[in-house]
Ligand binder design. Structure first.
Ligand code: SF4
Ligand code: SF4
Length: 457
């Protein structure tokens, strides 16, 4: 008798039941890619990694070396217990997250941060964390995400963003549920002073209340639209961030995209298949990264196709991205019909802004990925730029790029059910902790978060 699956690779996994570190096999069949675990205590079980095995197999050709970073902890008990970063970690910090408060004005069941009651970090503490992050990345830390809880509840939120800009973070993102943005126009006006390297990362799970009642226990559709109105009024670059759960809002993925693409202030959408960190287990119909991509293709009538996405070379397992450019007919994926894998070594180990940055600084000598082989790609992009683009001022280039490009990304985080060692060791989104460590976002939520509660009492 043959096996019912093809064995793909070996990994280390966490038992979905007892949480012990065990061996795992990555396998695939026509139904998708699974992690097969055999726990000596709890027996054999599996968890889906990707719905689309072809997409999964395509990741390998985009995979590349990680960037070595400084370490804060030693190798003692092994991964994922030694965070971090420990010497085994294979990627530097692309996005550093500082959770400035535990307070929140919502109480979502799937909240990573288990937010609600709690307290704020002091300005002094936050400054130490920013300095540490900058130093850990040799003074070149690029993206800082200010998060919580709900960070807009922190009484010093404006000072905190100001401080981040002064310290030289190239991009500062405010990760918010949008309630204050909807209700406090004066606050939004203050945020508009940070434009240029500042983005609002707006929780946005759909356009109807059914979705919000399911995911956030409140009717929030009107609040989200009001928040978008205020952000549009002050032209603040915004990324819509949608947590996607099967049978809740997976059928609205296309609708969210079309809504975002129509709005001048919206720079892109980031879809996040729901992760399971609390008491809720995934169940049989978990949505995966490639599941989101396939729904995008189906729900946009192939305007955007699964093949338009590339696994992000710095973390192929967990992030996919595409860039769209606006022409007379609408948005067009820059990545369409191109095998960008040969340029992977020239794509920096950084998260989302490579293409935008290059376009904003575009001049006669520009080469998107700095290698001559991609000249065709450059010429293709040039076709979409206005004839006098080279004469534009820096500000005009920035405005043109902001209004005419659109970024779609899918980030799928690791929980104890779909944990595989490679994914977590390549993770580049890191929590900057009050005791000055960097802990990969997924590892933090799986096993380290509770240790840090004492800083938020
Ligand atoms: S997740 Fe990374 S930092 Fe944490 S223990 Fe594993 S290798 Fe080390
Ligand atoms: S809005 Fe965000 S921080 Fe607040 S409870 Fe929901 S998920 Fe948690």
């Amino acid at each position: 008798m043959d096996r019912e699956y093809i064995y793909h690779s070996h990994t280390r996994a966490l038992c979905s039941k007892c949480g012990n570190l065990i061996d795992g096999k990555i396998i695939y069949n026509q139904n998708g890619v699974y992690i097969l675990k055999n726990c000596l205590v709890c027996g054999e079980h599996s968890e889906i990694l990707e719905e689309d095995y072809k997409y999964h197999l395509s990741k390998a050709k985009f995979d590349k070396y990680g960037t070595i970073s400084s370490v804060q902890t030693a190798y003692r008990e092994g991964c994922p217990y030694d965070c971090g970063l420990c010497p085994s970690h294979d990627q530097h910090t692309c996005i550093g997250i500082i959770e400035i408060t535990k307070r929140c004005n919502l109480s979502c069941e799937m909240c990573f941060a288990k937010s609600g009651e709690g307290n704020d970090l002091s300005l002094e503490q936050i400054e130490k964390m920013m300095d540490f992050y900058m130093e850990a990345e040799n003074g070149k830390a690029e993206i800082l995400q200010i998060s919580g809880g709900e960070p807009t509840l922190h009484s010093d939120i404006i000072k905190i963003i100001e401080m981040a800009k002064i310290k030289g973070f190239k991009y500062v993102m405010l990760n918010t549920n949008g309630i204050r943005i909807a209700e406090d126009e004066d606050f939004v006006k203050q945020l508009s002073a940070f434009k240029g390297g500042f983005e609002v990362y707006l929780q946005f799970d759909g356009l109807n209340d059914y979705v919000y009642e399911k995911l956030r226990h409140e009717k929030l559709a009107e609040i989200k639209k009001k928040a978008i109105d205020n952000l549009s009024k002050f032209c603040i670059p915004t990324t819509l961030v949608a947590t996607i759960e099967n049978d809740v809002n997976d059928k609205y993925i296309g609708e969210i995209l079309v809504y975002g693409m129509d709005l001048k202030c919206v720079r892109g959408v980031n879809f996040q298949p729901i992760s399971y960190y609390g008491l809720v287990a995934p169940g049989p119909n978990r949505i995966t990264l490639s599941g989101v991509l396939n729904r995008i293709e189906a729900q946009t009538n192939k305007m955007i196709m699964t093949s338009d996405f590339i696994p992000l070379p710095c973390n192929v397992e967990r992030v996919a991205i595409t860039y769209l450019f606006k022409n007379q007919k609408g948005f067009y994926p820059l990545t369409r019909d191109r095998d960008l894998s040969e340029f992977k070594d020239s794509i920096g180990n950084t998260f989302v802004f490579t293409v935008e940055d290059t376009l904003k600084n575009f001049n006669e000598d520009s080469k998107i990925f700095n290698v001559c082989k991609c000249c065709d790609f450059i010429n293709d992009i040039k076709k979409h730029l206005p004839k006098n683009f080279l004469l534009f001022s820096k500000q005009e280039k920035m405005e043109f790029v902001d209004e005419n490009t659109f970024r779609i990304s899918v980030s799928s985080f690791v929980d104890k059910y779909n944990f595989d060692m490679k994914s977590i060791q390549k993770e580049c989104v890191h929590i900057i902790t009050p005791d000055l460590k960097r802990i990969p976002f997924s590892a933090y939520n799986i096993m380290h978060r509770e240790k840090y509660d004492k800083y938020y009492i």
